[in-house]
Design a protein around this ligand. Sequence first.
Ligand code: ZN
Length: 382
Amino acid sequence: MTQPIDPVELTVKLVRCASVTPVEGGALVELMGLLESAGFDCNRVDRGGVSNLYARWGDKGHGRSFGFNGHTDVVPLGDEAAWTMDPFGAEIKDGYLYGRGSTDMKSGVAAFAAAAVDFVRETPPDGAVILAITGDEEGDAVDGTVALLDWMKAQGEAMTVCLVGEPTCPDTMGEMMKIGRRGSMTAYFTVKGVQGHSAYPRRALNPVPVMARLMDRLASHVLDEGTDHFDASTLAVTTIDTGNTANNVIPAECRATVNIRFNDDHTSEGLIAWLRAEADKIAAESGAVVEMRTQVSGESFLTPPGELSAMVAKSVEAETGVVPEMSTSGGTSDARFVKDHCPVVEFGLVGKTMHQVDERVRVEQVHQLKGIYTRILQDYFA
Ligand SMILES: [Zn+2]
């Protein structure tokens, strides 16, 4: 008889792979070895200097398939001297496993890999279990989950439903799952005036008050009051600057950046049109030139509460005794790509220390997470 896979031991092995994006660091190789030994059909899907892993147990193309999505890349250490534990040592102390990626999200990957391997060994399901694991979630994310989904499409591979194993719980294990995410976009403005002597402002066209007026209008505009499943959309002015160090010079240019997190009341296209209109209005009023460039990180999306979210919630409650809130809060995740492929929800560990110095995970919660993922698989294929 084969022993059950210990998700903590697997997390330790993964944390010891120094896989700061885009370095693979041995993490995917480790997983591939485990999955192949359990009969998973594994494919490395590498693109643009990034490594990804696609693993499927069961036949492709007929029957249902349950997919897990996650990443093995990690963010840089930040202030290395401030770490009290070896960031790639995976040391366990006082019930916590320490290391970069211990919560975000090598423990999540280890938990679903362990659950999947044990599940197909013990109760081979009528259908497929798929693991789509990327090495490019913390970076630009262009050659990560997107590359996996492109490859899957070309190969006729499909997930019927997908669970992303990112940390979703703010403080207590089990308290929150994500059924959607807000969209995110950034706009970069440049106001071009006329440089001049500050003693003779009439001979110049000062771009700074023009920009200040524009930013005030954008920031004080109410985008919406929130929707059924989302909080109100927000706009944050993140910088206004000229780089001007002289007190007797009116600068020629002023730049500003705004970041918008938007709900399902908006699309990036609609927001860009609004920003453009406000910029044009200010330009017409002031006589300055107002340029704008935008970058869209993702549209908002929602997997309306239904079978998939109910199944996850039931498993979380059974394992932890906590009923998870179905939330759409927080930043973006790779679910924003998966949502174009199949229904997707997210559930994972307590994310308190992710991206921080001394990132750590409660060891018992990694076992709980494997338990939850196992219940979900059993329920799905029951
Ligand atoms: Zn993550």
